[in-house]
Design a protein around this ligand. Structure first.
Ligand SMILES: [Zn+2]
Length: 511
């Protein structure tokens, strides 16, 4: 499947609805002082290696005797994942600029209902979609509309037309008083080593080159923005220099602040440098538009279903159902494997020793709507019987080289976290890892940074694998970036691990 360049939907506000400049029109050599004009939102070009539809990682190991576990088949799980990603596509098709499966909004309601239907089909008990309201006093920053438009000026070439930066997305919490801001724009250098330019009363562009996911650059972005404001900038654009020209939904607290992808960033840098050489920097202007509000009174959904075991003690298996953009790897893959495990263990021949409580949690990305903490509060009897919580999160994405963005025939390596580092749990991990080749990094830790925070109050061990690769929280986190074989590896690993933990004594689980 080829990934087509993704074009931003037409700007929806009538008052500002000028004809969009066509990139092709603006491409002539006299436009923009000869700078190359970007072509809108686009996934990394390297995704083209997935074109043939046969891009694959080595097949998952299926130990003899386990061939019959057809619910764990990667192709089957991938079909479910495609349906999960479909809810994000529908959100986008409805015109959501910040599309995804977002708790508090319709796309997450649809996803929750879909999971409940799969749980019921599989024969789980007590299947329920549990709705909960946002924490008192919480408000979720939400951008409805925005536009970042570089304004044409004859001084920059006679054929110069406005350029709308298709990858632009407001950073969390951004706000423009009066919604519109027009000012000169200047490339200010790399965050961490900003150039000595005068940014007074200007929109300053700082470049960030993430060594891995943009996730690791939050401090650098914040410090760079603070420095630019100290020097008098009126707004900051974070030029996230990754492949393609992607939306990056990350960073916050940088006031009047948008993230832009690498092609849009390269354009601004190039045209800014050309304008500086030509003595025309003041003619290079940009207009920022942002309609963002603090949403209150939102609600979200958790989905639960039970597979009764021989014992009434419970192992919770959790995956968050929400995500930004297509969110195939955060966390469509974890959710699809959750459904596969529910089907697998619901079969009479796979009845577990302990009871399994499957939870598809909401609100991982939505302020005041944390799914696990609401789930614990709403289900004290069930969660009080829990002896361990296992979380499935970001578990089957192809390894993407952080420098070249080339997709590798393997999965992204994941950190394995076990809060209590109980030796029997680690030994169980070693055995399952060796058996199925699940891509865990060799060093295990107590870190469970992900959806498990809301379960901390239970005081039981919490366990997960997770990665934050280069596509994390970007519009490049698409279905094609997920490994079919990796889904099967994850499903078989977790089925084996879950079975093992349901059969352990409590002292082994929590010595
Ligand atoms: Zn996640």
């Amino acid at each position: 499947m080829r990934l087509q360049p993704i074009l931003t939907p037409a700007f929806p506000t009538a008052a500002l609805c000028f004809a969009l400049a066509s990139a092709a029109d603006a491409q002539s050599s006299s436009a923009w002082l000869g700078a190359h004009v970007p072509n809108g939102l686009a996934a990394p070009g390297q995704h083209a290696v997935l074109d043939d539809g046969h891009f694959s990682a080595p097949a998952a190991t299926v130990p003899s005797g386990e061939e019959g576990a057809r619910d764990l088949d990667g192709t089957r799980i991938y079909q479910d994942l495609a349906e999960i990603v479909g809810f994000a596509h529908a959100s986008r098709a409805r015109g959501d600029l910040m599309w995804g499966r977002v708790s508090g909004f319709r796309s997450a309601v649809e996803t929750a209902d879909w999971v409940a239907a799969r749980f019921r089909e599989a024969g789980l008990r007590d299947v329920a979609v549990q709705r909960y309201s946002a924490d008192k006093g919480s408000a979720m920053w939400w951008p409805d509309h925005w536009e970042v438009r570089v304004l044409a000026d004859p001084a920059l070439g006679v054929d110069t037309r406005d350029v709308v930066l298709g990858s632009a997305v407001p950073a969390r919490g951004a706000e423009i008083p009066g919604r519109l801001l027009t000012a000169p724009v200047i490339f200010a250098g790399d965050a961490g080593s900003l150039l000595d330019h005068d940014v007074t009363d200007k929109v300053a562009v700082q470049r960030i080159q993430p060594a891995s996911g943009a996730f690791g650059q939050r401090d650098a972005v914040g410090e760079g923005a603070a420095e630019l404001y100290r020097r008098g900038a009126v707004a900051v654009l974070n030029y996230i220099d990754q492949a393609g020209n992607m939306h990056v939904r990350d960073f916050g607290g940088c006031r009047v602040c948008f993230n832009i992808g690498s092609e849009d960033g390269a354009f601004l840098r190039d045209v800014s440098e050309r304008a500086a050489r030509a003595g025309k920097l003041d003619d290079l202007r940009i207009r920022l538009y942002l309609d963002a509000t603090a949403r209150t009174g939102l609600s979200a959904q958790n989905v639960m279903g039970i597979v009764p075991g021989v014992s009434s003690e419970i192992v919770i298996v959790n995956a968050h159902l929400d995500g930004w953009y297509d969110a195939a790897g955060d966390n469509g893959d974890g959710l699809a494997v959750l459904v596969a495990l529910a089907r697998h263990f619901a079969r009479p021949e796979n009845r577990p020793a302990r009871t399994l409580l499957f939870v598809a949690s909401g609100g991982h990305h939505s302020t005041g709507l944390n799914g696990p903490s609401h789930f614990v509060a709403m289900n004290p009897e069930l969660t009080g019987r829990a002896v361990l919580v296992l979380n499935l999160e970001h578990i089957a994405q192809f390894l993407v080289d952080p420098g070249s963005f080339e997709v590798q025939r393997a999965e992204q390596s994941m950190g394995w976290g076990v809060t209590n580092m109980a030796p029997p749990l680690l030994a169980l991990t070693d055995r399952a890892k060796a058996r199925f080749g699940f891509a865990l990094r060799p060093q295990y830790s107590t870190s469970v940074a992900g959806d498990l925070g809301g379960y901390a109050s239970l005081g039981v061990p919490r366990v997960q694998a997770i990665h934050a690769g280069p596509l994390y929280h970007t519009s490049g986190d698409v279905l094609e970036s997920i490994s079919v074989e990796g889904l099967e590896r994850a499903a078989r690993f977790y089925a084996s691990w879950t079975k093992g933990v349901t059969e352990m004594s409590r002292t082994e689980i929590d010595p």
